[in-house]
Design a protein around this ligand. Sequence first.
Ligand code: CA
Length: 448
Amino acid sequence: MSKLSRRRFLYTAGATTAGTILLNACTNPPNPNQQQTTTTASPAVNVGGGEGPEVTTARLGYIPIFESTPIIIAKVKGFFDKYGMTDVQVVKQASWGALRDNVIIGSQGGGLDAAQFQMPMPYFLNEGLITADKSKLPMYVLLQTSTQGNGIAIAGKHSGKNMHLNLSQVKSYFTQLKGGGTPFTAAYTFPGANQELWIRYWLAAGGIDPDADVKLIAVPPPQTVANMKTGTMDGFSTGDPWPYRIVQENIGFMATLTAQIWPAHPEEYFAVRADWADQYPKATKAIMKALMEAQQWVDDPANRDEAIQILSGREYFNLAADILTPPMKGQYNLGDGQPAINDINMGPLFWKDPRGSVSYPYKSHDAWFLTENIRWGMLPLDTDVKGWIDKVNREDLWREAAKEMGIADADIPKETTRGVETFFDGITFDANDPTAYLKSLQIKKVSV
Ligand code: CA
């Protein structure tokens, strides 16, 4: 990693963790903002995989957005208990920076063993790019928690400018904003991860250079909404239920859903500290089985209303159920004169999507997230993408867990790649040839 991009990580990562622990993470007490949920123990049953897990406890972190649904459902519906993990704690995190810090601390220090992650955060930890002392924290990516369910929100003052999915006719407006000394300013919540990458992709596809034509900044999640309301922020990339709330609460409109940018795109993941998984391999697979069963359960439209009731609970999202219902069912009013969307396949999906498995962690998707970091100069061109993925992505464990719990062969992908991916602007990504992808892009920082 270049000096410049390393500084950028340090600087922006700091910005995301205001008010939470950042430096000396190993000696500080756990984040006081985190809330803990206690377990109602029920009898453990062994389901698949021979003897029970080595331990019955684990501390799992989540951020209260739809991507955390399988973690919360597995807890509340008793799936962790079913697979012998009777003392799992699911712990709400105040920000991505706090989540990262708590995984670095580990449960022995009051932190976390595993957590929900944006990509490629587990890789950044694995390579020591986002730890305070640059030490490497080996991580395993175990499964994808959900696809889609994210979008790009725009402040209401930009209504009527056609700032929608395709920006190719709107470039002059961005130029005008910049020329007037108020460049379009957009926020993301963790550098180099999903939300920054969605904004960058969307802008660049419309001919707008995210490094030259606009201002991108890292902002803690609660501030993004506050800044949109006061008009000091023009846009941000966010997960459900925020895309729905932005329009509903008259904060602004949705330029696009990520499902429109890249249908069935990879979104967030569940990853574990490698030292924990290596010490407790059966417990690791037990957690995976519980999450996979939760994913199947919540993917069933018949269970969505119950899932909404659970998520809306005070100890989880702490939001009225009627805020969660439309996006959980793929109902979006994008605002700014755009047609409404009412299609469950455009909302968050948890087990299967039109392209195959949601839960299975395709190596080809990890390759896109790393390649996109190379595109924007956040990782060097000579990054050993395949080598990194082979260390961190544990699709082999997913296959084992799936077989042990009796998942149908048809639901277990045959390949570690999902094949060629196609974006809304016609650009294609083939994990077997990321250089061809980089060459095909007009706007990028890397020279290929
Ligand atoms: Ca997300």
